[in-house]
Design a protein around this ligand. Sequence first.
Ligand code: DX5
Ligand code: ZN
Length: 218
Amino acid sequence: MIKIAPSILAANFAKLGQEVKEVEEAGAELIHIDVMDGHFVPNITMGPIVVEALRPITKLPLDVHLMIENPDSYIEQFAKAGADYISVHVEACRHLHRTIQLIRSYNIKPGVVLNPHTPIESIQHILEDVDFVLFMTVNPGFGGQKFISSVVPKIEALSKMIKERGLNIEIEIDGGITAETIVPCAKAGANIFVAGSAIYNQEDRAGALQQIKAAGEA
Ligand code: DX5
Ligand code: ZN
């Protein structure tokens, strides 16, 4: 089953609650929240107070993507704010296993994120500990960028590795997802898709969301 996680980075922040409700009613499965610190990535976005404000607004799981240095220092705050999924970049974690266990200690689904150029070998020894792997298909930092197709073979290779080891891990894709780019990623074995501009920048958001999902399921 394909799950769509609209990224609120592309939403209108002046009416964020409404923007989240709209995609929930349109059939979204998760709400993707992009946290940027101006150090790990060259942009600053939002923190735990936004997660806390959105928690009572929606029944959907809140999927918090941490693009920050020292994620360990902030996991408790995001947990208390109501995150359901928390993903951390392998490139930002010196002791990844510890960070993943810390996330799990709050009963939150832990995930690990790979930048487009980071090889899957960097996560082969953490797979038993995570609930999902997130592949960046753009360089993190901004919405509305072009999909990097050279990531697709990495998705295929990880799907194979997961099957061979008999693991139950979801694969999420983030960056430049549209009704076109979702197709090779879904074929390669991914099942959760983040979409920011391809949903929020459209006039008919529900139509756009359903079109992306249908393309992934086809
Ligand atoms: C990029 C973020 C993405 C971004 C996706 O650093 O992690 O989640 O919001 O936006 P689109 O779908 O517009 O590429
Ligand atoms: Zn993201």
